[in-house]
Design a protein around this ligand. Structure first.
Ligand SMILES: Cc1cc2nc3c(=O)[nH]c(=O)nc-3n(C[C@H](O)[C@H](O)[C@H](O)COP(=O)(O)OP(=O)(O)OC[C@H]3O[C@@H](n4cnc5c(N)ncnc54)[C@H](O)[C@@H]3O)c2cc1C
Length: 647
């Protein structure tokens, strides 16, 4: 037996023993709910599996753990701030040219090294860990005054290392709107779709023969496909949707549009492991490039600028390991690209004096460039859950509530370790229907008489997503129901409500004030009520209806909620609304006079050598999940920059 296997087995055994011991020391208390940490024993089993992979890949060793080891006054062609979803793409693409030097600075560590990131089902277990930025919004006036929890990935891969892996990219017309707003046809779907195909490799699955392979990416680093587990109820949901008049869609991600119902394609590969931008783009070969340096545990505190005459130029960045640590500086010869996500990118710009002048002055930050749009226009997808009693045994035992659950979990873990299959490969968001709230076949004029303003990006685009999870939960998965459940969720894809992100202080370690202003537009509430009405109809339609126990009168479940009036449902919406984790548009690509922060080449207005590339640049939020458009945006910028370098 080779040494690595022996040590891996020993580690596995030791970890498993330690974890079992811990499970014995911490028996379930009076609470019906187990804290997520009690999944640790299964994690221990999986640890051996992933340690093996990590040892094999050896990639972690190529990351620079300590930024102080960089040569003093080091200079790079490109400095990328944030190694998240977009940052990893850019670093890998720009360093393809060996004559171009690239430095990437990431505040967190490696996502690939975390088994809760790699196992598809386990990501929510990271939400309260040090690998996640744990933000809370300001109290939301439209949502009962509650502060909402906003987890964001703090690791290579960023949110792509902790997201629900749902690979639906939005509607083609979303990107036509982007092109119209910024006045550059390169962003139109007909052109921009190449950037989606560029990041993607669709891995065919014989169970899904309707996917047109000629419309899919074949050589991209991000492997997508249908390799996640889907519960019986989620499968029946697809059929029930068709019964109520929603067409089946073989593929949500083509020029044919995204309306329809199907299982969700996922960022899970054929080994049933998460595909993040780190795992896809930072391969062993890429990290071995001598012209690419990836520094982890490096938090950028500001962009350093220089004024020459009327011109402001970004010349470097300052970073540190922690709040009290020494602040290091590196220089850029060409561009600094801020890819720190929709929360941190505007924060970093403002800390560097780039933002609304009044706001900067309030925090004693010298104004480098007055850009009122920075932090403005924050949009997020609000989601409301409905809970049902499920006749089937569900996978809720992945959050164990007793000994029997632990046994089931052990068996699923063994199956996953042996075959890579089973319930540990569910991504939670299993099946989805993308619909319009003005579709008369779903919302008849007689029942839904009120005309609601169309906020979609075009006639073929949705404004509601109805999706399923194999069991119900609350508080982002922290709170489980005691009975077997099934949940259907209504998400508003094109909200009119917009908020803003502002600095709390000039201290980079102070989280900003996040105010998405959920449900401030009354129409948003009415559309979500329509979403709930559609959920009730689908839940009462066969074959799904037969899977649910409608007779149950538990207060915790929603089998009788269809009896409520619209006004009562509006209260339910305001009470239950949560984030779908999709904040965008805080550094919009739009004309400056319309609140834009970057131009169509993602250059910050008025500051040479500075760009932003991540979900913060979305001119409008897409009518779908946001990781795909973020990856495509980064692919597109890499092409733009390569074109500029050739010119
Ligand atoms: C729980 C969850 C579920 C989701 N589910 C889905 C889904 O199923 N499908 C989907 O398409 N989308 C989903 N999303 C949304 C999607 O993942 C994000 O919109 C997208 O990944 C954002 O990418 P980004 O590059 O803008 O930012 P991020 O991926 O967040 O990257 C930003 C990076 O910058 C780093 N950083 C921040 N500040 C600094 C600093 N000062 N110095 C250095 N580094 C810094 C961060 O640590 C992070 O690594 C989900 C998101 C979450 C959180």
């Amino acid at each position: 037996m080779p040494f690595k296997s022996i040590s891996t087995s020993l580690l596995l055994g030791a970890a498993a023993l330690a974890a079992f011991r811990r499970a014995r020391l911490d028996p379930p208390s009076g609470s019906p709910f187990f804290p997520p940490s009690q999944l640790s024993w299964i994690a221990a089993l999986a640890m051996g599996f992933f340690l093996k992979r990590l040892i094999a890949s050896g990639s972690r060793g190529r990351l620079i753990q300590d930024g102080s080891k960089l040569p003093k006054d080091d200079e790079y062609d490109f400095v990328i701030v944030g190694g998240g979803t977009a940052g990893c793409v850019l670093a890998a693409r720009l360093s393809e040219d060996p004559n171009v030097s690239v430095l990437l600075l990431e505040a967190g560590g490696s996502g690939k090294a975390l088994m809760f990131s790699r196992i598809p089902v386990a990501f929510s277990l990271l939400f309260h860990s040090k690998h996640v930025w744990r933000f809370y919004t300001e109290p939301q006036a439209g949502a009962g005054g509650k502060k909402k929890f906003w987890p964001r990935g703090k690791m290579l891969g960023g949110c792509s290392s902790i997201n629900a892996q749902m690979a639906q990219y939005g509607a083609p017309a979303d990107f036509d709107r982007w092109a119209e707003i910024i006045g550059d046809d390169a962003w139109k779907w007909d052109n921009f779709q190449n950037s989606f195909r560029k990041f993607e490799t669709y891995v065919p699955n014989p169970d899904f023969p309707d996917v047109d392979l000629s419309l899919k990416g074949k050589e991209g680093p991000v492997r997508v496909g249908y390799f996640s587990d889907v519960s019986k109820a989620s499968k029946d949901f697809i059929q029930a949707c068709q019964e109520v008049g929603i067409d089946y869609s073989p593929d949500f991600n083509t020029s044919k549009g995204t309306l329809g119902v199907n299982k969700i394609m996922t960022y899970i590969d054929e080994t049933r492991t998460r595909v993040s931008s780190e795992s896809a783009y930072f391969t062993k070969d890429v990290l071995a490039r001598s012209n690419l340096k990836v520094v982890i545990n490096a938090t950028v505190t500001q962009i350093i600028t220089e004024r020459v005459g009327d011109e402001v130029k970004a010349i470097g960045v300052e970073f540190t390991r922690n709040a009290t640590g020494f602040r290091y500086r590196v220089k850029s010869k060409r561009d600094i690209v801020v890819s720190s996500g929709a929360v941190h990118s505007p924060q970093i710009l403002m800390l560097s004096g780039i933002g609304p002048a009044e706001e900067l002055k309030r925090h004693d930050i010298p104004v480098v460039q007055d850009l009122p749009g920075v932090g403005d226009h924050l949009v997020d997808h609000p989601v409301v859950d409905a809970y049902f009693h499920n006749r089937n045994t569900t996978a809720k035992y992945v959050k164990p509530q007793g000994v029997l659950d632990l046994v089931k979990l052990g068996s699923s873990a063994a199956r996953y370790l042996a075959t890579g299959k089973g319930v540990l490969t569910t991504n939670f968001g299993e099946s989805a229907a993308f619909v319009r709230s003005d579709n008369p076949n779903l919302f008849s004029k007689s029942e839904f008489a009120e005309g609601l303003a169309d906020s979609t990006s075009g006639a073929g685009s949705p404004d509601l997503e109805i999706f399923t999870t194999p069991f119900a939960y609350k508080e982002h998965g922290d709170v489980m129901f005691p009975m077997e459940t099934f949940a259907i969720h209504a998400c508003l894809l094109r909200p009119k409500s917009k908020g803003s992100l502002k600095l709390k202080s000039n201290d980079p370690w102070d989280a900003p004030n996040i105010n998405p202003n959920y449900l401030s537009a009354p129409e948003d509430v009415k559309k979500l009520v329509r979403g709930l009405r559609l959920i009730f109809k689908i839940s009462q339609t066969e074959p799904l209806s037969a899977q649910l126990v409608h007779a149950g009168k538990s207060d915790q479940l929603d089998h009788e909620m269809h009896l409520k009036s619209d006004e009562e449902l509006e209260e339910v919406v305001r009470d239950r609304v949560e984030t779908l984790y999709h904040p965008t548009s805080t550094c919009r690509m739009a004309p400056k006079e319309q609140g834009g922060v970057v131009d169509s080449h993602l250059r910050v207005y008025g500051v040479k050598g500075l760009r932003v590339c991540d979900a913060s640049i979305f001119p409008e939020i897409v009518s779908g999940h946001t990781a795909g458009a973020t990856l495509a945006t980064a692919e597109h910028l890499a092409d733009i920059i390569k074109g500029e370098m050739k010119a």
